[in-house]
Design a protein around this ligand. Structure first.
Ligand code: HEC
Length: 108
């Protein structure tokens, strides 16, 4: 278990961006579950209606952007709130899921 709660907001940035991309092979089943919230805004078709599509991203890029929202280095209140609620594992999971939306699980 990663001791998320003891990491302060200032130390989270580099730790997340370096440490976590290394282990960014998230759980796709969990990702699918978590994606239910995301797809109320982000379309799985890849179309953009003012909200950018988030499918097909490389996992590390996805995790990096989510970390920026979480650290409030990217100022989008909606995504800051959402990303701020997620643990590292809960960011890696949708990263894996959205990175390969066609395959539900264990396709590697
Ligand atoms: C309330 C609507 C809403 C929900 C729910 C939501 N998002 Fe977003 N998301 C947005 C908006 C709006 C943006 C565009 C922010 C910007 O302009 O940078 C965005 C941007 C993003 C981006 C960056 C896309 C890019 O091209 O820069 C990622 C990655 C992302 N969201 C992931 C997620 C994930 C993962 C979830 C579910 C855990 C989620 N979002 C749920 C509204 C939402």
């Amino acid at each position: 278990m990663v001791p998320n709660l003891v990491i302060g907001p200032t130390s989270i940035g580099s730790a997340v961006l370096t440490g976590f991309s290394v282990q960014a092979s998230g759980d796709k089943a969990l990702g699918e579950y978590l994606s239910a919230e995301c797809v109320t805004c982000h379309q799985l078709t890849g179309h953009s209606d003012g909200i950018p599509p988030i499918i097909g991203w490389p996992e590390t890029g996805f995790v990096g952007v989510m970390s920026q929202f979480r650290n409030k280095n990217r100022h989008k209140p909606a995504m800051q709130t959402i990303a701020g609620r997620l643990s590292e594992e809960e960011i890696a999971a949708p990263a894996a899921y959205f990175g390969s939306p066609k395959s539900t699980s264990h396709s590697r």
